[in-house]
Design a protein around this ligand. Structure first.
Ligand code: SF4
Length: 89
């Protein structure tokens, strides 16, 4: 985070708030700031795409239901026409 003074009392107060507030409290506070900065009734969002060229992986993350080990019959590799079209739209 360039430009952020992590030693400032303000920064520390935000970290403390993050540590003790519930998710709903944080969401309400974030919404309060959003209304303060942007009182207009327009909300936008960003479409974020992570294009996976392959589902073949050897990391074996325990939570992952996506990956297939090398040579697995459901393993895929390379760009499909569908993913190529989505990445350029
Ligand atoms: S999350 Fe899945 S695909 Fe990603 S590194 Fe872990 S096992 Fe591989």
């Amino acid at each position: 985070m360039g430009g952020v003074d992590r030693t400032s009392p303000e920064f520390r107060s935000y970290v403390e708030l993050y540590d003790r507030a519930s998710l709903l409290e944080l969401g309400q506070l974030a919404d309060d700031v959003r209304w303060k900065l942007h009182p207009e009734h327009v909300v936008t969002y960003i479409i974020d795409r992570n294009i996976n060229y392959t589902n073949v992986c050897v990391a074996d993350c325990k939570f992952c239901a996506f990956y297939r080990r090398p040579k697995h019959p459901e393993g895929t590799c390379c760009r499909t026409r569908k993913s190529a079209a989505r990445s350029t739209s």
